[in-house]
Design a protein around this ligand. Structure first.
Ligand code: PAF
Length: 281
């Protein structure tokens, strides 16, 4: 495995591989089994002839809250070991100064899918994600990139970005990886108090119950209300949103024959957790 911390080093490492299948897994580090799953999928997709590139970059531009950025875990040595174990060929680990020009003045705003769910709650977040991912795509020029479905809205926005900007990369969505008790893996989970860690699997349980209730004919509003009440009843939990939307447009579901998405964000103390499930009638 090779590592690059500058754009020039990265370009040099990639130069002999141009023309091959290049599969990219962008990350912000603090890698866990969810990331490892994406990297193993990337390895399988690239095959023996292709190249797997991962980036480890805690992108300051996508944080709307300085405290959240400061508290984000950083484990570079362990992250490199995960990349190596999963068969990553090249890891790009720039600093913010290398990644961004001090007087940068271009923004990347998606104006439809970003206005709802997490986008409505975290102003500028998805603009920061689109900016960094478009830069990474320009630097690496991958043929494929893999993102997890836990960040369902992020995945939808990045699909839209490459479609609208004609960026020649295939975006793949990977299923959510969960702990044995159902909690979706997240770099934020390590910041949960023991009490909140014990209560957090309730998110997944209530989503699964909601999925069944929706399938059995429950109204969207009732489903959301039940999930909201269940989570709000946990001590120290503040529900940010519970919404049932069209899984593709992320806006109101106008035809219940279409795939729906039930998405949740809730603060367990200081830690904001998200989760979701796709629903059908
Ligand atoms: O999902 C993440 O970890 C980040 O939003 C991403 C895609 C690596 C961009 O910084």
């Amino acid at each position: 495995m090779q590592t690059a911390s500058t754009k020039e080093d990265l370009r040099n490492l990639l130069a002999p591989h141009r023309g091959k299948r290049i599969v990219m897994v962008p990350t912000m580090g603090a890698l866990h089994e969810g990331h490892a799953t994406l990297m193993r999928q990337a390895r399988a997709l690239a095959g023996a002839e292709g190249v797997v590139v991962s980036s480890i970059f805690l992108n300051p531009v996508q944080f709307d809250n300085a405290g959240d950025l400061a508290a984000y875990p950083q484990t570079p040595e362990a992250d490199l070991a995960v990349c190596r174990d999963c068969g990553v060929d090249i890891v790009f680990m720039p600093t913010p100064d290398i990644m961004y020009c001090g007087d940068r003045s271009i923004t990347m705003e998606e104006t439809h899918l970003s206005t709802v769910l997490c986008g409505a709650k975290r102003p500028g977040h998805f603009a920061g994600v689109c900016l960094v991912v478009s830069k990474l795509f320009n630097l690496v020029q991958p043929t494929d990139a893999i993102f997890g479905k836990k960040d369902y809205q992020q995945l939808a926005i990045l699909r839209r970005m490459v479609r609208d900007l004609d960026i020649p990369v295939s975006i793949h969505g990977a299923e959510i990886v969960r702990e044995a008790d159902g909690l979706a893996l997240s770099s934020r989970n390590v910041r949960l108090t023991p009490e909140h860690r014990a209560a957090a699997p309730t998110i997944c349980q209530t989503l699964q119950e909601a999925k069944q209730a929706y399938k059995a004919g429950a109204a969207a509003a009732t489903v959301c209300e039940t999930v909201h009440k269940t989570l709000a009843a946990i001590p120290g939990v503040q529900v940010d949103y519970v919404e049932l939307v069209d899984a593709e447009t992320l806006h109101e579901l106008t035809d219940d024959k279409r795939m729906a998405l039930l998405a949740v964000a809730a603060f367990f103390g200081e830690v904001r957790l998200i989760d979701n499930t796709e629903l059908t009638r």
